[in-house]
Design a binder for this molecule. Structure first.
Ligand SMILES: [Zn+2]
Length: 557
């Protein structure tokens, strides 16, 4: 009988930035008791996943072993860490643990989908530990761009693993706990088997900057703006930044309005859980209409150009009765995440058309700092923890690879583990022991579908090529009853021959049917295939596109 082992298995977040989901296990092979760290989402885009609402990690492997799951531990309340808890609840059903602020957000998500909020247990910070089968798990406070972020101290019979979660080394974070090097040294002093670590900013060569560095310049900017409304956008979950912005506005004599559901929800959660104290009083959008523009400051969602968020709506026209115009100022206190540039630039141009001044990091001021540790910070923390093995996570492949190099350069063992690679951490060196099939699940409307199910592929094809519906009726003798008829969607109405495209399709199909042999007319699939081919060819000739085709054949017998 083989002996017990400690395994690590990323199902999401390793080899990509987003939808974090990591599994740890301890026990005999195939009988390990499991814990899950984070269940996050990724956001869809129009190019690759049109119409999809959310992208979730494929948790089939876990669901098939749900009786072995001892608990789900959420490091912090960013969507890419907590966004999938409710969507995974039916499949996994395990208890969820998080610190108060994160738990508050997770509970709201559970409630929204009709799941029991008490499935989420509120956990205290280290030195408290949660017993989860062979594991003891503790939440070690760490600074990040959201309150109460935590690293996890995961103790197993095979040793201590520290899972960093997302972090930066901020000793003055304004809201939430500061990075505490002594605490980290203390939890590491008896030896750390493996340090599973955030890799996001491995390519940033300078030490990261504290949240406290952005306030003064934001305040100068707002004070300097005497005319019109000031609007600022940032991630709503960056509660420290929201507070900095609100306080700067208040000091400049402006009333604060929170716009966007996430903005109100995050501030509410932070006040409820005691994370946020002394937040300036706010006024409702309705009351704001009676306040002079130069005494207003709006804090709004949508820093990434999201179409339905408050920023986009303000850029477009009115939102909640408020409208921007010449003399107003719009501050992006944020970084545009790669991939979101087009949406952000669209908003900036719309604002520009209204005569609104747009300010962001490129304007020369210091209005944003990253929530992730840069290379020198990663080195510093690695040296404090001094683990036997470094396992990079939370990064694209290039980030993980560079992070492994960094670890090895410092004489430690590193392992490049991407989604689906099961790593045995028990021995002196990490070992790949299995490859698990992983992927993505789409939340599409109210239904979860596999990324490879073909639903979105069909949707993209229709969007790219247009669609033609062909209807044909055949009588008792398998002879066409009248002409076939067509309807098109997403195709130009007239093409090369200047006639209506629908009529050209119908004429070509009629011509084919007039000379089709009895064998073809009797066989649905042959007939369907022949009609499809004609439509695609005609489409190519007429409008230069091969449309998607649906053929409906009705027989009178
Ligand atoms: Zn995060």
């Amino acid at each position: 009988m083989s002996s017990e082992r400690l395994i690590y298995l990323p199902l999401g977040g390793a080899g990509e930035i987003g939808m974090n989901a990591y599994v740890y296990g301890y026990g005999k092979p195939e009988q390990e008791r499991l814990i899950v760290v984070d269940l996050g989402v990724t956001f869809p885009d129009m190019d690759g996943t049109p119409g999809v609402d959310l992208i979730l990690p494929d948790i089939t492997w876990l669901a098939e072993r749900k009786d072995r799951i001892e608990g789900i531990f959420i490091t912090h309340a960013h969507e890419d860490h907590v966004g999938a808890v409710s969507h995974s609840y039916e499949a996994l059903g395990a208890p969820i643990y998080a610190r108060p602020f994160t738990a508050n957000i997770a509970r709201r998500k559970m409630g929204e989908y009709g799941y029991p909020e008490d499935a989420v247990t509120v956990s205290a910070a280290w030195p408290d530990q949660v017993e989860a089968g062979p594991f003891k798990v503790g939440f070690l406070p760490m600074s990040h761009s959201i309150p109460e972020s935590a690293a996890l101290i995961i103790d197993s019979p095979a040793g201590r693993v520290i899972h960093s979660g997302d972090f930066k080394l901020d000793e003055t974070p304004l809201v939430g706990e500061a990075f505490d090097p002594k605490l980290w040294a203390d939890v590491s002093k008896d030896g750390v088997k493996a340090f599973v670590c955030d890799s996001t900013n491995i390519f940033s060569p300078n030490p990261g900057q504290s949240e406290s560095t952005v306030g003064p310049e934001i305040e100068t900017l707002i004070r300097g703006h005497k005319t019109g409304i000031v609007v600022a956008t940032t991630f709503a979950s960056n509660v420290a930044r929201v507070k900095t912005l609100a306080e700067a506005g208040e000091r400049a004599g402006r009333s604060i309005v929170l716009l966007g559901r996430a903005m109100r929800r995050m501030v509410e959660a932070a006040i409820e859980t005691g994370v946020l104290k002394d937040f300036p009083p706010t006024v409702s959008p309705e009351d704001a209409r009676n306040i002079p523009r130069e005494n207003l400051m709006l804090l709004v969602t949508g820093s990434q150009g999201e179409r339905r968020a408050a920023s986009a709506q303000l850029a477009n026209g009115k939102y909640m009765g408020l409208e921007l115009k010449e003399g107003d100022l719009f501050l992006f206190s944020s970084k545009t995440i790669p991939g979101n540039e087009r949406g952000v630039i669209r908003i900036m141009n719309q604002l520009s058309e209204k005569g609104v001044d747009v300010v962001d990091e490129s304007s020369g001021g210091h209005y944003h700092v990253s929530g992730h540790a840069n290379r020198p910070d990663l080195e510093r923390l690695q040296d404090i923890v001094n683990p036997q093995i470094v396992v990079p996570m939370h990064g694209e492949h290039r980030h993980l690879r560079e992070h492994v190099k960094l670890a090895e350069g410092k004489g430690r063992k590193g392992v490049l583990a991407v989604n689906g690679m099961m790593i045995d951490l028990s021995g002196n060196a990490p070992k790949v022991v299995e490859y698990i099939e992983t992927g993505r699940t789409y939340l599409d409307g109210s239904v979860q579908i596999g990324a490879l199910d073909g639903v979105v592929r069909d949707r993209i094809r229709m969007a790219l090529n247009g669609h033609v519906l062909v209807t044909l009726i055949l009588d008792d003798n398998d002879e066409p009853l009248g002409e076939p008829w067509c309807e098109t969607m997403g195709l130009a109405e007239t093409g090369r021959s200047k006639a209506a495209v629908v009529e050209v399709f119908e004429a070509d199909l009629s011509q084919f049917l007039g000379r089709a042999d009895a064998k073809t007319l009797r066989d649905d699939s042959k007939l369907e295939e022949a009609l499809r081919r004609i439509v695609r060819k005609t489409g190519q000739d007429e409008v230069g596109k091969k449309p998607e085709v649906t053929v409906v054949i009705s027989r009178m017998h």
